[in-house]
Ligand binder design. Structure first.
Ligand code: GSH
Length: 217
């Protein structure tokens, strides 16, 4: 059985967990929190979460790598289109969401989620990157049924994990959700959130958030 190492408030962890749920694969969760301890560095040399144990002593890290491994080893239900161009377009969307939305938005997290501060310069710089990526996403994807057409792909799973976090961070830091202007995005995310797999994930996330809130500092 797969063992997924990490914690329920990590969006990358949640993306791999969602993949396992969507593929219907049994897995155990192993709680690991940063900073990485020496034994975790044996499994995930960069100390990154998630880490998927795919067999005894066999570990994989880097979310995209793990998702591709799961698709190759468990092709059904397929989460990439059949044709190579379609597959590349799905990866392109995932890359854009990760590199130009999720990662820049992380620079806002100290202020958005951890009671810290972010300089005016960072706020402005990040806003420019996020707005450009938002406009790109709007050109590259449809927010009708699914991002690339009428079937669910890996890009949709990435979107339902990453976009809400980016939205929330921007709402808290700029007083507005920078992604809200994408036509159809709210309904699109609402539809994806109705999936039983996403609801399972959300419940675990809510439990983890309330436990963290209770934890003495
Ligand atoms: N490129 C990595 C990013 C994963 C990542 O940044 N995970 C965060 C938790 S959401 C983490 O491990 N943070 C601890 C650290 O960077 O040391 C992936 O795709 O899996």
């Amino acid at each position: 059985m797969y063992k997924l190492h990490g914690f329920a408030l990590s969006n990358y962890y949640n993306l791999v967990k969602l993949a396992l749920l969507e593929k219907g694969l049994p897995f155990e969760e192993v709680a690991v929190f940063p900073p990485a301890k020496p034994d975790f560095l044996q499994k995930s040399p960069m100390g990154k979460i998630p880490c998927l144990e795919v067999g005894t002593g066999r570990y994989l890290t880097e979310t995209q790598v793990i998702l591709d491994y799961l698709e190759e080893t468990h092709p059904e239900p397929a989460l990439y289109p059949e044709d190579p161009f379609g597959r590349a377009k799905v990866r392109e969307l995932m890359r854009v969401m990760e590199l130009y939305l999720e990662l820049p938005a992380r620079r806002l997290y100290p202020a958005a989620f951890f009671g810290g501060a972010v300089s005016e310069e960072t706020r402005n710089e990040v806003r420019g990157v996020l707005e450009k990526a938002r406009d790109a996403l709007q050109k590259m994807a449809h927010f009708d049924a699914y991002l690339t057409g009428d079937t669910l792909t890996w890009a949709d799973l990435a979107a339902v994990i990453h976009l809400p976090v980016v939205s929330l961070a921007t709402r808290r830091v700029y007083g507005e959700n920078l992604l809200a202007t994408i036509p159809g995005v709210a309904d699109y995310l609402e539809r994806l959130r109705a999936r039983p797999t996403v609801q399972t994930l959300q419940e675990a996330q809510n439990r983890a958030a309330s436990q963290m809130f209770k934890r003495p500092s």
